[in-house]
Design a binder for this molecule. Structure first.
Ligand SMILES: C[S@@+](CC[C@H](N)C(=O)[O-])C[C@H]1O[C@@H](n2cnc3c(N)ncnc32)[C@H](O)[C@@H]1O
Length: 377
């Protein structure tokens, strides 16, 4: 197996050469390494440098890059696991090469997480984390980090797969990236609260083909109750941009006040904040000292997340404008118009044309047209 030395952040390690054109016989595919996930790993290194767990499990290590980086760049005591013996051997070689004091295990992650607890557990599987989330919830003492790359099922493009994996009904709306993140977050919350422990989302975002959650686990019934109260639905009109949030286990039957259509429930999903602004501020302050390869991206992401309103959906105002057969104004103008009408409005990290606001759709449309009514007058 041809290996190359790769550097991410402040860590150099060996990774097999990945050649998409080579056909490998079953069981002999090279150990997985995807350089496009560097932003995901950088985000975690930065997050862990701020929250400082006492120990960290990289439950699906592959080359071990994530755990290697956590150990090397944050000084956290780390266990790196992979079910594949070839991957475990590669991880051991990388741990030795870096001179790290990290544990390497070769087990089914579900078996490992069912038998041991770790202060911070990190799930980074191929595709869906659904088969690992329950044991991850049982194993995680204070922090649980989850990557999902099955964005098509989560966002509603592969509806049946999404329903099977997450027992939720996503919808391919113009805010589908946010639906995917909130469906995953709602699923993680439901997996956790049955153990009378709550979750608090600390740093969650969607980027390119993945969703990444960094969660605080709170071991109290009251926290589980608080998390339960955050689970609900977006009731979306199938014909217009109208939507409403609804908390609770069961979706209500409501009709669209604009077109009279029965609203489609999207969920169950997480309603409310997905980030802790104070923690994001601390991470922003640390960012320049961390030597991260994707610092420029994270430097744009963190303030966006910090400012984002905790509404569970956003309006793509270019699509609203298209439906109105008019040209959209510039984003700054759009936000200013909604704000001048008396409502908070912010950008969103999901798409450049997304506006988060609690303003009614009529105000969003008026802001697109440029004739906003002033709520205060
Ligand atoms: C997406 S890769 C992990 C990538 C890695 N964390 C990184 O940042 O580059 C998924 C890994 O999970 C491993 N895996 C698959 N099923 C597993 C299981 N049940 N238990 C533990 N590891 C598993 C695979 O062998 C593969 O190396």
């Amino acid at each position: 197996m041809e290996r190359v030395r790769v550097t991410e952040g402040k860590t150099s390690f060996f990774a097999p050469v990945q050649d998409k054109n080579t056909q490998f016989p079953p069981g002999s595919a090279p150990i997985f390494y995807n350089p496009r996930m560097e932003a995901n790993r950088d985000a975690t290194v930065l997050f862990l440098s701020a929250v400082r767990p006492s120990e960290y499990l990289d439950a699906m290590g592959a080359t071990g890059v994530r755990g290697l980086r956590v150990a090397n760049e944050t000084g956290t005591h780390t266990t790196i696991n992979d079910i594949d013996p070839a991957a475990a051997a590669e991880i051991r070689a990388n741990v030795k090469d870096l001179g790290l004091d990290a544990e390497v295990t070769c087990q089914d992650a579900n078996a490992l997480m069912s038998s041991r607890r770790f202060d911070c557990v990190d799930l980074d599987p191929f595709g869906t984390p659904a088969p690992f989330t329950d044991s991850g919830c049982r194993s995680a003492r204070r922090f649980l980090c989850i990557t999902a790359t099955d964005t098509a099922p989560l966002c509603g493009a592969h509806l049946k797969a999404g329903m099977r994996r997450y027992w939720a009904r996503p919808m391919n709306t113009e805010y589908h990236g946010e639906v995917g993140l909130r469906v995953l977050l709602g699923f993680a919350a439901r997996q956790m609260i049955k153990y009378d422990r709550g979750i608090k989302p600390l740093f969650c975002f969607a980027h390119e083909h993945f969703i990444r959650l960094h969660l605080r686990v709170v071991p109290r019934v009251s926290a589980a109750e608080e998390a339960r109260s955050r689970i609900g639905y977006i009731l979306q009109c199938p014909h217009c941009f109208y939507r409403a949030e609804q908390a609770g286990m069961f979706p209500e039957r409501r009709t669209c006040p604009r077109c009279g259509e029965v609203l489609s429930p999207v969920g169950p999903l997480w309603l409310g904040a997905i980030n802790d602004p104070d923690l994001l501020e601390e991470m922003e302050a640390r960012l320049p000292t961390m030597g991260l390869g994707t610092a420029a991206y994270l430097g744009r992401l963190l303030p966006l997340l910090r400012a984002e309103l905790p509404t569970s959906s956003f309006y793509d105002y270019h699509r609203v404008a298209k439906r109105m057969r008019t040209s959209p104004p510039a984003m700054d103008v759009m936000l200013q118009r909604v704000q001048e009408a008396g409502y908070a409005a912010t950008r969103t990290h999901y798409v450049g044309t997304g506006v988060k606001t609690g303003a009614p759709l009529e105000v969003v449309e008026a802001a697109v047209r440029g004739d906003v009514p002033d709520k205060r007058s």
